[in-house]
Ligand binder design. Structure first.
Ligand SMILES: CC(C)(COP(=O)(O)OP(=O)(O)OC[C@H]1O[C@@H](n2cnc3c(N)ncnc32)[C@H](O)[C@@H]1OP(=O)(O)O)[C@@H](O)C(=O)NCCC(=O)NCCS
Length: 234
């Protein structure tokens, strides 16, 4: 793999907001964030100075969440820390398609659009896969599996640093787990992403051993440890 390809994965939010997600971005100076309801992730340059942090504070508003995702820069001391979460970035090795037994069985997998947002929000509330808002589905393709009409599993595309697509919001309702739903959905997304000559990646909390085991079994490999941080603007 060429080095320039993986460099985008060190600033996945900024690379997405300046690139494939520019149409969903709000920007001020060198800072950027997503439109309200799409995502709270914010981007700054590699080594932001106080003026740049002031720009981000103005862009987000007073007392608002500055979700810095995995960016290592620490804001000025009057920004109150809100959360710290240790995580792992995982990547799909190479350009091959998934060879998991579920990979090519698209049976029962449906695309979820704006009409499905209430069901998606409900499933997320029950399973807590990570942040998801009413317009998050506009970041990419979201796929789901229904059981007797009820949405029981979903997964979708989130960050889009050039050349890559992040798979996110992987979740299965507790009563529908262990049936291969998550494996089938992630594999279907991998196949879609690889077929447009991009590579899949994901982020997972280090403590989420079940999800890490699932992604490793599907073929994902750890690329690096990351720390997710959120702050409140002054
Ligand atoms: C993680 C989660 C999505 C798995 O959903 P699921 O539909 O039950 O997963 P699957 O049935 O597709 O499991 C796929 C494979 O992973 C394995 N697996 C699933 N959970 C596992 C666990 N806790 N430990 C080890 N292996 C596990 C299964 O044995 C299966 O292997 P196989 O296909 O080779 O037989 C589900 O537990 C969940 O919604 N968790 C809460 C939300 C969450 O943490 N999402 C991930 C955010 S990054």
């Amino acid at each position: 793999m060429m080095n320039r390809d993986v460099v985008a994965l060190d600033d996945p939010v900024g690379e997405s907001l300046r690139g494939p997600h520019a149409h969903l971005a709000r920007r001020l100076g060198r800072t950027a964030t997503y439109l309200p309801g799409v995502a709270t992730f914010a981007a700054v340059s590699a080594d932001p100075d106080p003026a740049e942090w002031a720009d981000l504070a103005r862009l987000l508003g007073r007392g608002e969440l500055a979700d810095m995702f995995s960016h290592p820069a620490i804001p000025p001391s009057d920004w109150e820390p809100v959360f710290v979460l240790e995580g792992r970035q995982m990547i799909w090795p190479g350009s091959g398609r998934p060879d998991h037994p579920h990979a090519e069985t698209g049976t029962g997998v449906v695309e979820l659009g704006a009409d499905s947002v209430p069901e998606m929000l409900d499933l997320v509330a029950r399973t807590q896969p990570g942040p998801f808002w009413p317009r998050t589905h506009e970041l990419g393709t979201y796929l789901g599996i229904r059981d007797n009409g009820t949405l029981v599993a979903m997964a979708g595309e989130r960050l889009r640093p050039p050349g890559w697509t992040e798979i996110s919001a992987v979740c299965t309702a507790p009563e529908a787990r262990g049936r291969g739903h998550a494996a089938r959905l992630v594999s279907a997304l991998v196949a879609r992403i690889v077929s447009r000559n991009e590579r899949p990646f994901m982020h997972v909390a280090e403590a989420n051993l079940g999800a890490i085991a699932l992604y490793e079994r599907l073929g994902f490999e750890a690329r690096k440890h990351v720390t997710f941080r959120g702050f409140r603007t002054p």
